[in-house]
Design a protein around this ligand. Structure first.
Ligand SMILES: N[C@@H](CCC(=O)N[C@@H](CS)C(=O)NCC(=O)O)C(=O)O
Length: 208
């Protein structure tokens, strides 16, 4: 049995799919129709009770959720691909720091942008969304400030955090804005997108 990935184009499942491609492991993709809220339907809720993408089923039949945990599990189970630097060193710490920054500080803001109705009454939603959008961009600037000559987070060394950063930086920030305010991050994302194992996949998920 191969991995089974429940996902949708352009969503957080792109990160897991790109990682599976980098690992060179086979997987079956099962599309979840988020446009019609299939992630909230009974069938998908049975698979992932938090009713969010992505969900990855391992070849052993385990259900894996939470994108950062899925990435770390994949890295651990396919060590030969070296998608993280060796345990204990400074590069590993830096990669984990920013991987968890995406998971803990950035990704949750997207729910406020996409679903303000989950957090505020009708009258407060527009303002909440605007505030969340500003926070989203402000937090990406922290990533930008952290990047050096690149092209990756760890310089010349590619790691799984680069995929996470590249994919989520495609959301809710037009390319012109990114080029002006996040040029190093944009270079990182372009470099990830042009990697041999990703260049055919990337345009299916992201246009600009
Ligand atoms: N903490 C989760 C967040 C996942 C998430 O928010 N996924 C979005 C798609 S990118 C989703 O499924 N949204 C649908 C919804 O919230 O109804 C993770 O890291 O996997």
């Amino acid at each position: 049995m191969s991995y089974v990935l429940y996902g949708a184009n352009g969503s957080g499942s792109s990160v897991v799919e790109a990682t599976l491609r980098e690992l060179g492991v086979p997987y079956e993709l099962r599309a979840v129709d988020v446009a019609n809220h299939a992630q909230r339907g009974a069938a998908y809720t049975r698979i992932n009770p938090s009713r969010k993408l992505p969900t990855l089923i391992s070849p052993q039949g385990e259900t894996l959720t939470e994108s950062a945990a899925i990435l770390l599990t994949l890295v651990e189970r396919h060590p030969e691909a070296e998608l993280l630097p060796p345990i204990g060193g400074p590069d590993r710490a830096r990669a984990l720091r920013w991987l968890l920054f995406v998971a803990g500080e950035l990704y949750p803001v997207m729910e406020l942008i996409d679903h303000p109705e989950r957090f505020a009454g009708e009258g407060a939603r527009a303002e909440l969304r605007e505030t969340a959008l500003a926070l989203w961009r402000q937090r990406w600037r922290l990533v930008e400030d952290e990047l050096s000559e690149g092209p990756y987070l760890l310089g010349a060394r590619f790691c799984v955090a680069d995929i996470y950063l590249a994919a989520l930086s495609r959301w809710d920030m037009p390319r012109a804005w990114r080029l002006e305010h996040l040029p190093k991050l944009e270079r990182l994302a372009d470099t990830v997108a042009s990697r041999p194992r990703l260049r055919e996949l990337w345009p299916r998920h992201f246009r600009g």
